[in-house]
Design a binder for this molecule. Structure first.
Ligand SMILES: [Zn+2]
Length: 448
């Protein structure tokens, strides 16, 4: 792991030289000097929980925040990274991806597999993601390798499989899924999958769809069995009726946001039951911007995250020939989904950032920044949008992804304040993953 983490002394020599020698002295007896120790100084800590920015220094020990100081400790002996008043936010977590790579219309896919995507997205400040369906055995293997440090990549959380009806959604990709038609079969499948320790259970429930779906009794059995085993469920669905059913059976979260107007009272009901929403606004709406807003794919992060072929595919002659006249129609649909999300936000529903990366209209890593932006367009404050992609995602996954003492030391250091302009999340200076400063050039190289 360490071999691909650039030595701080090498990349930070500039910053180190700027340290005032009167501010710090290096006593030989200082205990804080293990290689896993790093002191971040002159930090603007963007605390989404208190909704305040405070200045200070952050001590990292063994991948966790060991202490925070208003004034850095004297006699500190160890590695110091002076952030020169840059902004520190927790690492971004994408709650809905398919981490195989990127696709675009009329373009060659850049499929690279979970391990490489996990490395690649660190560049964008994504320090963790939840894969909601891929090849089960490959997911298990990639997660194991990432967790044991075989490569330096974003933390991999995974549903490992997809629970669906025979010939239902997820079965069309040629990958093995777990299918069931009855509550009894559902219980067997959940118990069997649980042995491989999925971080969440992904369920497809959409009786409204053309593809076959499990029925409500089977859906209920999956959720009940998962709840008994203490594993959260994330439900892929399409309509507000299916959202109501998900509330009834006690699902933990639903993903995607229906495109029809939200029925009166439902947002409050969701808020009351505390069911979480992962709306995946980017997969629903960003195809419009990829085709019709030239600035969106011009971002430096896009260039880094995929191939020129994929980028060109979105605005090619062939693509425009097919969809070039759709802008007004698509924008109307997009506006409806934004209005639906706004209703959820207003009701106080917990919303988490997930992109459904791997599909058209998304770019692995980059789209998390787009999702955060779209949250603010649906009425979230910049504070709330940041929390949705960081601290609150951590809470759902049972990890401490805050900036408090004891939290995991996965951070993004920004050159400008995300509270002033949410798009500043793209102005990335440094990424720190579990206490290690990421060599962004190297993870990019390893990620293709
Ligand atoms: Zn998906």
């Amino acid at each position: 792991m360490k071999t691909i983490v650039t030595k701080l002394t090498a990349i930070l020599s500039g910053a180190m030289l700027m340290l005032s020698t009167t501010q710090f002295s290096y006593a030989a007896d200082n205990p804080i000097s293990s290689p896993d120790t790093l002191l971040l100084t002159q930090v603007q800590i963007v605390d989404t929980e208190k909704q305040k920015i405070r200045r200070g220094a952050v001590l990292i020990e063994q991948g966790k925040i060991a202490a925070e100081y208003a004034v850095p400790p004297a006699n500190f002996k160890g590695q110091i990274l002076n952030l020169n008043n840059r902004w520190l936010i927790p690492g971004l977590i994408d709650m809905h991806v398919h981490a195989f790579g990127n696709r675009a219309p009329h373009a060659k896919s850049d499929f690279a597999g979970t391990e490489k995507i996990s490395q690649r997205v660190l560049y964008t400040g994504v320090t963790g993601f939840v894969d909601l369906f891929g090849h089960e055995q490959s997911q298990i293997a990639a997660r194991q390798k990432q967790r044991t440090g075989a490569f330096l990549g974003a933390d991999i959380y995974s549903s490992l499989s997809c629970l669906t009806a025979p010939k239902g959604h997820c079965t069309e990709y040629g990958l093995e899924t777990r299918t069931m038609s009855t509550p009894e079969e559902a219980v067997v499948q959940v118990q069997s999958l649980a042995k491989a320790k999925p971080d969440v259970i992904k369920v497809v429930y959409q009786p409204s769809d053309d593809q076959p779906s499990i029925d409500k009794a089977t859906f209920s059995a999956i959720v009940q069995q998962s709840n008994q085993l203490g594993i959260k469920t994330i439900v892929h669905l399409k309509t507000w009726q299916e959202v109501s059913d998900a509330i009834e059976v006690g699902a933990s979260a639903f993903t995607h946001i229906p495109g029809t107007p939200i029925p009166a009272g439902l947002a409050d009901k969701i808020a009351k039951t505390k069911m979480v929403v992962i709306p995946t606004m980017t997969v629903h709406t960003d195809l419009t911007d990829f085709l019709f807003d030239k600035t969106v794919l011009a971002s430096e992060l896009v260039q880094a995250m995929t191939t020129p072929d994929i980028i060109a595919g979105y605005q090619s002659e062939q693509t425009m020939k097919k969809w070039g006249d759709r802008e007004a129609k698509w924008r109307k649909l997009d506006d409806q989904r934004t209005a639906n999300l706004a209703a959820l936000v207003k009701a106080g529903v917990t919303v988490l950032a997930g992109t459904d990366a791997g599909n058209y209209g998304t770019i692995q890593g980059y789209s998390v920044h787009r999702e955060i932006l779209k949250f603010t367009q649906a009425g979230m404050t910049n504070w709330q949008a940041l929390a949705a992609a960081t601290t609150k995602a951590g809470t759902f996954l049972g990890i401490d992804n805050t900036l408090q003492t004891g939290a995991q030391a996965s951070f993004v250091v920004l050159d400008a304040s995300p509270i002033e302009d949410i798009q500043n999340t793209q102005k990335i200076h440094t990424v720190i993953h579990q206490g290690q400063v990421v060599d962004r050039a190297l993870v990019l190289k390893n990620g293709f």
